[in-house]
Design a protein around this ligand. Structure first.
Ligand code: PEP
Length: 249
């Protein structure tokens, strides 16, 4: 929808070096980006400061890939929201399927981290999505509703949440959801949100699609009313990330 600002996020995951991250940011700095697209790049935590310092584009923002739900203290290895704010990092990705699976993060923990980050003034890219097994069992909607409800239970103001629908079977597989399947799920997500946080708020929430988006297939989602942007993994490290940013213009 035109009312919602198109959003393209790049999740670098655990990739990159000082040099490669410098090159990615220089490429963005040296490109004329559309003014009506919000771009967010999420480098690994050790490179957040570098990204904030090197980014010169006013429509590009930096995101962390994770944060914790306690202010500070004896939490070895965790990423503090306060430190992110100190660095000038406005966004954090929470609930990514890799963290749900590999790090065994459950819905309640992700909701708690979401609430904590929002309360401290960060914006949250909240990832949800079903596994292949769940899709085959026809429980996609039950899964995404359960994942969202955990956050609804603790957060009433969704202004600073961007939802990323990322079917797990589409992440890193080269097998993106079809635009019409993505639109169907996005519409049902928005309808569900309308019932739990109200229609006004639900209309404003950006719902991103994530899962094997690339410079070629991004344009195919153009006319999908409830696809408000993308969360991009692999292709965000490559020059084609700019094509994805430009896919609506
Ligand atoms: C992701 O991990 O958020 C993602 C969408 O990855 P990819 O684009 O590589 O499928």
């Amino acid at each position: 929808s035109q009312a919602r600002t198109f959003f393209v996020g790049g999740n670098f995951k655990m990739n990159g070096s000082k040099k490669s991250i410098h090159e990615i940011i220089e490429r963005l700095n040296n490109t004329k980006l559309p003014e009506n697209v919000e771009v967010v790049i999420a480098p690994p935590a050790p490179y957040l400061q570098q990204a904030v310092t090197e980014n010169k584009q006013k429509t590009v923002y930096v995101s962390a890939q994770n944060s914790f739900d306690k202010a500070s203290g004896a939490y070895t290895g965790e990423v503090s929201v306060e430190a992110l704010k100190d660095l000038g990092v406005p966004y954090v990705i929470l609930g990514h399927s890799e963290r749900r699976t590999i790090n065994k993060e459950d819905d309640a923990f992700i909701a708690s981290k979401t609430k904590f980050a929002l309360d401290q003034g960060l914006k949250v890219i909240l990832c949800i999505g079903e596994t292949l097994e769940e899709k085959q069992a026809n429980i996609t909607l039950d899964v995404v509703k359960r994942q969202l409800q955990a956050v609804v239970d603790v957060v009433s103001d969704w202004t600073n949440i961007v939802v990323a629908y990322e079917p797990v079977w589409a992440i890193g597989t080269g097998l993106a959801a079809t635009p019409s399947d993505a639109q169907d799920v996005h519409k049902q997500i928005r309808d569900f949100l309308a019932t739990v946080i109200g229609k006004d708020q639900a209309e404003k929430v950006r719902i991103l699609y994530g899962g094997s988006v690339n410079g070629k297939n991004a344009v195919e989602f153009r006319d999908k009313a409830d696809v408000d942007g993308f969360l991009v993994g692999g292709a965000s490290l490559k020059p084609e990330f700019v094509d994805i940013i430009n896919s609506r213009n």
